[in-house]
Design a binder for this molecule. Structure first.
Ligand code: F6R
Length: 360
C-alpha cells in the first residue's frame, strides 16, 4: 500500500534511498577500488568496439546518461530511442554491445530493437527491474536494478537505479574496452556508496512545494542542462508534462539560442541544472532566458555562483559531477509532484498512459 503517503509516486520518490542501497549492495569493492558486478568480471567486454543503447521514455533518459558517461570515458557509444532504432540505427556486428534499458522488460519498442540487434549479430545486455522479463530472456546478459515494484505510472525510483547501475557498468566497460580506469574512480565509488544517504538528505529538506506553487500559472516550463545535466533536463520535463498536464520541454542548454529562445517570456520558468561541469556555460544560457523575462530556478549546491543570478534555488549537495544530475533529478521529481498535486491531477495514473507499453 501507499502507507503514510498520498500517492505511490511520492512513496516511490521517498524510497530512493532504499532502492539505491539495494541496487548497489555488494556491487562495489572498496578494497580493490573497483566495481564488483557478479556476472561481469574484468574482461567481460574485451573485444567490444562500440556500445549502442536502446530504450524509451524515462529509460531512454537513463540510457543517455549512461551513454554520455561511457563516451566521456573513451568508449564509442550512441543512444537510440528504441522506436526509431529500426529506421535510424548505425549498423551493428559481433563487436557491438547493445544495452537495452527497460524497467518492465516488456516494452514492445525496446524488445523489437533488441530482436533486430540480435539478428544482426550484436551482443545484447539488458538493464531491467524484472527478473524473467522478456528483455531478460532475449538478452545474453542481465543487470538487475533491484528497485522493487514501481506502481506509479511515472517512473521515479527506477530512473535513479538505472542511472547508477549504468555508471557502475560504465566502469567495467571502460576498463575492458579502453584498457584503463578513469582517474579518481575510488572517489566516485565512495560517492556512489554514500548516494542513498545523500538522496535521503535531499528528501528530508524538501521545500520545493512553495516553489512549485509560485510558478504554477506559467504557460510553459523549460528545463536546461549540459552534459549529464541534459538527460536530467529531458527527464525533468517528461515527468512534469506527464503528471501536471502542463507543457514542459527539456533542452540542451546550449540549444536555447538556436530556436527555443523565441518562446521564452516571463511566463516560461527555466529550471537550470548545474552538475559542476561547464556550469559557466549553463549559467550564460540561463541568463539569456532571464534577460527575456523568464524566472530562472537554479538547481545547484549552496554557495554556487548561479545563485547571484537565479530567481529561485533548489539545493543539491555538492557531489561528483557524475552524480549531481541524479540529485537534481530528485528535486525535479518533487517539483513535478507538488505542482501536479496542487492542480489536483490523478498523479499515479495520468490520463492516456500505461505503466507498460506493449504495442509498437
Ligand atoms: C515515464 C515512463 C515511461 C517509461 C517507458 C519505458 O515516466 O514511465 O516513459 O519509461 O514507457 O518503459 P520501460 O522502462 O518499462 O521500458
Amino acid at each position: 500500500g501507499k502507507g503514510e503517503y498520498d500517492h505511490f509516486m511520492l512513496k516511490e520518490i521517498y524510497e530512493q534511498g532504499t532502492s539505491l542501497s539495494q541496487a548497489i549492495e555488494g556491487r562495489i569493492d572498496h578494497e580493490a577500488g573497483d566495481v564488483a558486478l557478479e556476472s561481469f568480471p574484468p574482461g567481460t567486454f574485451e573485444g567490444i568496439e562500440r556500445v549502442q543503447f536502446v530504450a524509451c521514455g524515462t529509460s531512454y533518459h537513463a540510457a543517455l546518461y549512461g551513454s554520455i558517461a561511457m563516451n566521456c570515458a573513451g568508449v564509442q557509444t550512441s543512444a537510440h530511442l528504441a522506436n526509431e532504432y529500426g529506421v535510424s540505427a548505425p549498423p551493428v556486428d559481433e563487436d557491438t554491445l547493445v544495452i537495452a534499458v527497460t524497467q518492465s522488460g516488456e516494452t514492445a519498442d525496446t524488445l523489437s530493437a533488441m530482436r533486430q540487434a540480435a539478428a544482426d549479430g550484436a551482443r545484447l545486455l539488458t538493464v531491467t527491474n524484472v527478473v524473467g522479463s522478456t528483455a531478460a530472456r532475449l538478452a545474453d546478459d542481465t543487470l538487475l536494478i533491484r528497485a522493487g515494484p514501481e506502481i506509479g505510472v511515472a517512473a521515479t525510483k527506477t530512473f535513479s537505479s538505472q542511472a547508477v547501475m549504468l555508471l557502475l557498468l560504465a566502469q567495467r566497460v571502460t576498463g575492458d574496452v579502453v584498457g584503463e580506469q578513469r582517474a579518481n574512480l575510488e572517489a566516485l565509488l565512495e560517492d556512489v556508496s554514500a548516494l542513498p544517504e545523500t538522496i535521503e538528505s535531499v528528501l528530508e529538506d524538501d521545500d520545493s512545494r512553495d516553489l512549485a506553487e509560485t510558478y504554477l500559472d506559467s504557460q510553459s516550463f523549460f528545463f536546461i542542462g549540459r552534459g549529464l545535466g541534459f538527460p536530467v533536463a529531458l527527464e525533468g520535463a517528461l515527468k512534469f508534462k506527464e503528471i501536471t498536464y502542463e507543457h514542459a520541454e527539456g533542452f540542451a542548454s546550449g540549444e536555447l539560442k538556436h530556436g527555443p529562445l523565441a518562446l521564452v517570456t516571463p511566463e516560461t520558468p527555466v529550471f537550470a541544472i548545474f552538475t559542476g561541469e561547464e556550469d559557466e556555460k549553463v549559467l550564460n544560457n540561463a541568463e539569456e532566458a532571464q534577460t527575456r523575462g523568464a524566472p530562472v530556478i537554479a538547481v545547484c549546491p549552496e554557495g554556487h555562483r548561479a545563485l547571484n543570478v537565479a530567481d529561485a534555488h533548489l539545493e543539491i549537495p555538492d557531489v561528483d559531477p557524475d552524480l549531481a544530475g541524479l540529485l537534481a533529478n530528485v528535486q525535479l521529481q518533487l517539483v513535478s509532484y507538488h505542482a501536479a498535486n496542487a492542480l489536483g491531477r490523478p498523479i499515479d495514473k495520468p490520463r492516456n498512459l500505461a505503466k507498460s507499453v506493449t504495442v509498437e
